[in-house]
Design a protein around this ligand. Structure first.
Ligand SMILES: Nc1ncnc2c1ncn2[C@@H]1O[C@H](COP(=O)(O)OP(=O)(O)OP(=O)(O)O)[C@@H](O)[C@H]1O
Ligand SMILES: [Mg+2]
Length: 249
């Protein structure tokens, strides 16, 4: 058996490499339908022709379920940014260019962004009825689009190969819908995890996409409410602050 190298450990899953595959192993009890749904979403995006790793199988593993995915040789943008901080602006530009390329695809089998957010906002705990109403009003006031949205487009989910080509990982949260929502999610993830890059990311995204900063910001209370559903205590303060903007804007 090939050596197992652990790449990431989270409460609900472990990601490791074994030879030429990545194994994403979920803990026993993690809903089977979530694992099979991730495999389905991944397969649909794979069929679109976008550069993503091939999914190989869904297998029972250690009492739970695991996805096996082709291993991609290269470095994540996250690692490249850590190794060469002086190159960060160029890497942020690359991140945006790839995000815009992703948004040029259509994968119509995926759930629409607005329908998914509607379901999450209706069930998220910790917001009052008036705020929930305002959030849903705002969400349903957005025009429906059908662009491929990754849903967690962050530097650790993009691999650059030595020849400069890219590959996008981690398709669990993908939807068909609004690129503005996808940019708002990326901006939110930067603000939570690497705030020093958040404003520059937004500036570059808006410059290159032609989208207004105002439009991306309109999505912020909505994506913040959806993120609140993940119940990460360290994120609660910032997310609650962003959600409250919906009341007076
Ligand atoms: N196919 C792959 N080829 C090479 N490296 C990979 C591959 N898939 C994952 N990795 C590495 O493992 C890390 C974690 O994998 P992944 O992004 O799929 O899981 P995750 O971030 O824990 O998922 P989620 O964001 O859904 O919680 C990546 O950042 C990357 O470094
Ligand atoms: Mg990831």
């Amino acid at each position: 058996m090939a050596n197992r190298i652990i790449l990431e450990e989270k409460p609900n899953k472990t990601v490791f490499r074994e030879g030429d595959v990545i194994i994403k192993e979920f803990v026993p009890g993690h809903p089977k339908e979530h694992v099979f749904n991730e495999a389905y979403i991944h397969s649909c995006v794979e069929a679109s022709g976008l550069s993503i790793p091939k999914i190989r199988s869904v297998v029972p593993s250690n009492g739970g379920w695991a996805l096996t995915i082709e291993y991609i040789e290269g470095k994540t943008l996250d690692r490249l940014m850590q190794e060469s901080p002086q190159m960060c602006e160029a890497y942020l530009e690359r991140l945006v260019d790839i995000q815009l390329e992703v948004g040029g695809y259509q994968v119509l089998q995926l759930r629409n962004t607005i329908s998914k957010m509607d379901q999450v906002i209706k069930s998220v705990e910790g917001i009052d009825a008036a705020t929930r109403y305002e959030l849903l009003q705002r969400l349903h006031g957005m025009k429906r689009h059908t662009r491929l949205c990754h849903g967690d487009f962050v530097p650790s989910n993009v691999i650059l190969r030595d020849d400069g080509s890219y590959c996008v990982l981690d398709w669990a949260h993908a939807t068909s819908g609004n690129a503005g929502a996808d940019a708002a999610i990326t901006y939110m993830r930067f603000s939570l995890d690497q705030p020093e890059y958040a404003e520059e990311y937004l500036r570059i995204f808006c410059e290159r996409s032609g989208m207004s900063v105002r439009y991306v910001q309109k999505w912020l209370p909505i994506v913040a409410a959806a993120q609140l559903a993940k119940k990460n205590p360290s994120e609660k303060e910032l997310l609650t602050q962003w959600i409250s903007v919906v009341e007076y804007q």
